[in-house]
Design a protein around this ligand. Structure first.
Ligand code: SAM
Length: 266
């Protein structure tokens, strides 16, 4: 299927299935030092709130990067994933593993799960595959419903305002010919849905979530990939230290490929 055919798909679930047949989700977060920054940052923040023994729901779990990490640490993890290819990889990786269950399903309908049954809920991905506001609200309300009263919900987005910088890095002609509005810099919502900081915060607030922390989860690491890959262990440790030092600074939040929000029920 070529790009023009894929662009014609209007059903999000169908699009997700087609996209993840093309992307290799299982290696996305560990294909190099730069890619690892998002994972390390997200884990660092989850571990500020979670502890082994807690019940965790990983919605849109992909091939299980977070699920398997936390199951290994002793959390009781249930993962939900929509795409056939990612679900298949997830199931394969489950063999012989403890503390982990899997359901192939949709973030829009978590009716398999009871109200207020998880300490930690991860919604790291589905929101950037849902094109309608109504569906994004629904996914957040479902995630919030299954979260315990004092539980913590972690939500990720892709930052619209970083797109021109990273895309230009890959494509010399992007500034003049890229798929974005040349005045507002709103990127075309393909293959993902892109939102800016204010839009993310408004969406979370509208759905009754209190934001405890806003995090630039990967910051400049995609742009700086070439330099980061060349770092030795000490250099990389110092890069991570610098990134973690700055990643919650309001003035750094505009320049990150992904946002991570740490939220609680209001
Ligand atoms: C970019 S991946 C992120 C995977 C993993 N959470 C991570 O952060 O590494 C987004 C994942 O969300 C899944 N997804 C997208 N829409 C979904 C939905 N409506 N319900 C459940 N999963 C969905 C995709 O299939 C994909 O595996």
């Amino acid at each position: 299927m070529d790009i023009s055919e894929i662009k014609k798909i209007t059903d999000d679930a169908e699009l997700v299935n087609v996209l993840y047949r093309l992307f290799d989700e299982s290696s996305r977060l560990n294909r190099g030092k730069a890619a690892r920054v998002e994972f390390t940052t997200t884990v660092t923040y989850i571990e500020k709130y979670g502890k082994p023994g807690m019940a965790m729901l990983d919605i849109g779990a992909g091939a299980g990067a977070y699920s398997f990490y936390f199951a290994e640490k002793g959390y009781s993890v249930h993962a939900v994933e929509l795409a056939d290819k990612n679900a298949e990889e997830f199931r394969k990786r489950m063999a012989g593993k403890r503390n982990i269950r899997f359901t192939q399903g949709n973030a829009l309908d978590l009716s398999d799960f009871e109200d207020e049954s998880f300490d930690i809920v991860l919604l790291l991905g589905p929101l950037y595959h849902l094109h309608s506001e109504k569906d994004r609200d629904r996914a957040l309300l479902e995630a919030k419903r299954v979260l315990k009263k004092e539980g913590v919900l972690f939500v990720a987005f892709i930052n619209n305002d970083m797109i021109p910088y990273t895309e230009w890095n890959y494509r010399e002609d992007y500034l003049l010919t890229g798929d974005y509005d040349k005045d507002t810099f709103k990127a075309e919502d393909f293959p993902f849905v892109f939102m800016n900081l204010k839009e993310c915060r408004d969406l979370l607030a509208r759905n009754g979530l209190r934001i405890l922390r806003s995090v630039a989860s990967d910051g400049m690491s995609e742009l700086l990939e070439e330099k980061i890959e060349k770092l030795d262990d000490d250099g990389y440790a110092q890069y991570l230290k610098m990134h973690l030092f700055y990643c919650e600074r309001e003035e750094h939040l505009g320049k990150t490929n992904h946002f991570l929000f740490v939220t609680k029920k209001r």
